[in-house]
Design a protein around this ligand. Sequence first.
Ligand code: ADP
Ligand code: MG
Length: 215
Amino acid sequence: MDATVFRDWITSAAEVIEANRDHLTQLDAAIGDADHGINLARGFTAVLGALDVPSPEAKGPTTPGAILTLTGNTLISKVGGASGPLYGMAFRRAGKSLGDAADVDLPSLSVALDAALAGVQQLGAAREGDKTMVDALAAATKAFGKAIAEGASQDDALDSLAEAAEAGAVATVSMQALKGRASYLGPRSVGHEDPGAVSTALILGALRDAARAGR
Ligand code: ADP
Ligand code: MG
């Protein structure tokens, strides 16, 4: 997977976040403060602006790692709310893990996504089961690593990643929130899907789609 795939990933993530802006905001209205879709759509619009280099002479990021690092930096500076720094950290750690490689294979992508998860947990201290984006990301990275270890093709491994993220998001419905704004609701947070877990599943679905199209 080369820089074009990663650029396409971020572009497609921005599109899917924009398309689900109201849905994410409604999910956040139920257990938070109704801004998750607005926050992320604003952030990814800024990311697209940062990635969009005006002329061939202008220097934009040219490696997968640099693209993810710029994405993370932009999300941190443009997104208010808990999710901005958390997603920012995730993309920065993934970018750092990829280094300056021009082409990323499945094992290095797996290591990078593990680093993203570790960054989110270091910053937000959420564990699996706390009803956050960690529930989608941890399920996804685990399934991805397992698929790779079992010799899955790139398409199949990325399918496992995206499907596990979706299942991880759905699993948050029955959880009580122990981190973030939703935790203020206590037991009343049960019965709603966590908005950050849903946006994580959308972003990882965009990765699967971009990688498949890029082959
Ligand atoms: P805010 O809660 O500040 O309004 P957003 O609405 O943009 O920010 O994002 C809310 C999402 O952030 C939650 O649905 C949850 O997935 C995620 N989140 C909040 N706190 C944490 C945390 N400590 N660790 C991991 N994810 C978190
Ligand atoms: Mg919110």
